[in-house]
Design a protein around this ligand. Structure first.
Ligand SMILES: Cc1cc2nc3c(=O)[nH]c(=O)nc-3n(C[C@H](O)[C@H](O)[C@H](O)COP(=O)(O)O)c2cc1C
Length: 404
């Protein structure tokens, strides 16, 4: 991926066992096109060397508040001003405590106190430390002050215990940081508008334990929902089964089959201004759902399939004043199929993306061809969240030229 987001992030690393994961975090942020400078606490340097971060970030690592040489270069105040965002990962219990009472006894805590940039924390610690009322009290104070937290996740910990306290995976932290950076200073173009999306796959039951589905992860749809929310819209996702957390401030209506998605979507579309159909809806469902698990008998099993109703076409025909956006995921003849779908289903805009051979489905990146009746734009491969913001900007522009 090329440089896409010219923002400055100070990655603060405090002394926790998860510090090794921050090497991947710094790498991911740089790969996504951000400028990174690393600031480590003295404890962090006991877990991982500054040399690793110097090599990864291409910049000297900052650690010493009272170093005259460092102050003559990029001192703590310049670093505080340089930052568009301060991301502390891992954030130790000790660091959270110091931050909550406004300590400035090392470079990282002084930096936080001296900067007006938003502060994001990825806490990581033993589950008992995390649950301790002292840590929870500090967390509460930090949240009230507008500091954002990412995680911690639950699961097996380095100490062998199981519970909440693991640092979020670096790829997830990269994704959440990019989202936060991209929505800084976004004008609220969709204030008062309702954006409805479908997302994820559908499941067509065969018997009580089996179903037909596809490889859609819902990531693109959920990313677009976040982008629409950040433009001020009220957002509803009609979601097939996915393993994604519901985005904050977005209504998620969960469905399984194409038929359930059809009913829920047509109902919700009556109150929507923009409809974006990103779901990979199964074209076919089984004619009959067996009530008992099918047992093996003979070499072949013949299933009869029937065509499902077309959600996108039905929604677009139901309402003339709904701006309708379709998605076309194709393995070949991408543009040709997309243009024909645009006309056939009476859409206002269609977003085509190549799938298969490791592209599209269940990936963190995507590439898009955006087509409308008298125009076309290509968005090259990049993080799905960044693409979602660019796509929403185009949808707003087309929506305004249609109804404006
Ligand atoms: C082996 C080891 C692992 C530790 N892991 C963590 C941890 O994961 N999270 C945490 O909050 N503290 C952890 N600590 C304790 C911190 O390192 C300690 O509180 C330190 O003072 C934090 O300093 P800092 O906040 O300035 O980085 C660990 C300590 C040791 C010895």
């Amino acid at each position: 991926m090329t440089n896409q987001i010219n923002k400055n992030i100070v990655v603060g690393i405090s002394g926790g066992i998860a510090a090794y994961k921050s090497a991947e975090l710094v790498r991911g942020l740089i790969k996504a096109g951000t400028n990174v400078r690393v600031c480590m606490t003295a404890a962090a340097m006991q877990f991982i060397t500054p040399l690793t971060f110097q090599a990864l970030s291409g910049n000297p690592v900052h650690s010493d508040l009272l170093d005259t040489d460092a102050e003559a270069g990029m001192g703590h105040i310049e670093l505080a001003r340089w930052a568009d965002m301060i991301l502390i990962a891992p954030a130790s219990a000790d660091f959270m405590a110091r931050l909550s009472i406004g300590m400035a006894n090392d470079l990282l805590s002084t930096l936080c106190l001296a900067s007006t940039a938003p502060i994001h924390l990825a806490p990581a610690m033993n589950r008992v430390m995390w649950d301790n009322p002292a840590t929870q009290h500090n967390l509460h104070i930090l949240l009230q002050r507008g500091i954002k937290t990412h995680g911690p996740a639950s699961g097996e910990q380095a100490c062998g215990e199981i519970g909440a306290g693991r640092m979020l995976e670096p790829s997830e932290l990269v994704h959440q940081s990019l989202t936060a950076l991209a929505c800084m200073d976004k004008p609220q173009f969709l204030q008062g508008k309702h954006v409805l999306l479908t997302a994820g796959p559908t499941r067509e039951a065969i018997d009580p334990v089996r179903y037909i589905t596809n490889r859609s992860s819902g990531k693109m749809g959920y990313s677009i929902a976040i982008a629409a929310r950040d433009l001020g819209a009220t957002v509803t996702i009609i979601s097939g089964p996915v393993s994604l957390a519901p985005p904050q401030g977005v209504e998620v209506i969960k469905v399984e089959s194409a038929e359930e998605m059809h009913t829920a979507t047509l109902r919700a579309a009556k109150n929507a201004d923009i409809f974006i159909a990103t779901a990979a809806v199964s074209d076919f469902a089984t004619k009959e759902i067996f009530t008992k698990k099918i047992k093996k008998s003979g070499e072949h099993l013949h299933l009869q399939l029937k065509q499902n109703a077309d959600i996108l076409a039905d929604v677009s025909h139901q309402s003339d004043d709904l701006f309708t956006v379709g998605f076309a995921a194709e393995t070949h003849n991408l543009m040709e199929y997309a243009r024909s779908k645009l006309d056939r289903k009476k859409l206002d805009l269609i977003v085509a993306n190549p799938v298969g051979e490791g592209k599209g489905f269940d990936q963190d990146t995507n590439q898009l061809e955006i087509i409308w009746h008298d125009g076309h734009l290509s968005l090259p491969e990049k993080d799905k969240q960044l693409l979602a913001y660019e796509l929403m900007d185009i949808i707003v522009e087309r929506y305004n030229s249609h109804f404006g």
